[in-house]
Design a protein around this ligand. Structure first.
Ligand code: SAM
Length: 290
């Protein structure tokens, strides 16, 4: 690949998905895009770049999708899901007892293991959530992973990663070599395409946001912008969960670490700005959290 073609692709990927490739990732781009070029009947990357420059939107989307990393597994890192079960949901159950509604967003849901893990946590709460309106919105940039997530069908390998055997037996049905998550769990999750670089205020506000293992691919400025916008769609007493290698510290003051709960954050009351509203004083935020 020529340095010029690499620069073109780097810029394109940064603009379209936020992916921030360093100057030495040619091998990664080649390993993912040469097969794509061949499938499109093109000899190599030079022709792929030429076709994109010629204005092929479909090919551009395919390139962006091919460069996303969709690695995920059930109950990934375990700790955030333990916190969800043991701290976050019990607290929200009390705080939302009046409205009996919960909204949870899995903001880079990949093939669905994350939102379905959340759905299983909620299901495990049994009668405590009877009569509640619970929404889990799962979004991702990639249509390919969303299709798989919607189907809820996983290989033996996928269900062996992170999923306790009791949950496999309880919430999945085996068909041949594959396992499909049961309809009641599938129905708890709504899947939608969404690019985190674009406005997401139309999704409304959430009590919990899982935005894990996606910001790690973005540069500091992009991360900071997304944190600001996430804070606007999170309830003042809501919780943001990040990936094990991610943090807001040193990037944004829109969130504060949740005390003694590694990987969890709360909106910073001093910085709170609600979606569609102006800046709130810390006092007002505390009042609305009651
Ligand atoms: C590594 S997976 C993380 C999946 C899951 N959150 C987890 O932690 O296991 C990252 C996902 O982010 C998605 N993604 C990448 N860029 C995105 C963007 N700009 N907007 C929304 N999703 C994006 C990818 O398609 C991919 O499915």
């Amino acid at each position: 690949m020529t340095p010029l073609d690499y620069e073109f692709l780097r810029k394109l990927l940064k603009e379209r998905s936020g992916l921030d490739l360093s100057s030495d990732k040619q091998y990664l781009v080649e390993s993912r895009l040469i097969p794509l070029a061949r499938r499109a009947g093109l000899p190599g990357i030079a022709e792929l770049v030429a076709k994109i420059k010629g204005g092929s939107d479909a090919l551009t989307s395919e390139v962006v999708e091919a460069m996303t990393t969709n690695e995920t597994f059930f109950f990934r890192d375990k700790i955030p899901f333990d916190h969800l079960r043991e701290t976050v949901l019990p607290e929200l159950l009390t705080a939302r007892a009046g409205r009996r509604a919960l909204r949870i967003w899995s903001a880079a849901s990949a093939t669905g293991q994350e939102p379905y893990s959340i759905a299983m946590c909620l299901k495990e709460m049994g009668a405590a959530l009877a009569g509640w309106r619970v929404e889990i919105i799962a979004t991702d940039l990639s249509l390919g992973v969303l299709e798989k997530a919607k189907a809820g069908i996983f290989s033996q390998f996928e269900v062996q990663r992170g999923l306790p055997i009791q949950m496999l037996v309880k919430y999945f049905t085996q068909t041949g070599e594959l396992w499909q998550i049961n309809p009641d769990i599938r129905a708890m999750v709504q899947h939608r395409q969404l690019n985190l670089l674009q406005d997401f205020s139309h999704l409304g506000t959430f009590d919990v946001i899982f935005c894990r293992n996606v910001l790690i691919y973005f540069d500091q400025e992009t991360k900071a912008g997304i944190f600001e916008r996430l804070a606007k769609v999170l309830e003042p007493d809501g919780v943001l969960a990040l990936g094990a290698a991610e943090s807001v510290v040193g990037i944004s003051d829109a969130f504060k670490p949740y005390p003694e709960r590694r990987g969890l954050y709360r909106p910073n009351p001093a910085k709170a700005v609600r979606a569609g509203g102006g800046a709130l004083s810390a006092l007002k935020v505390v009042a609305s959290a009651r």
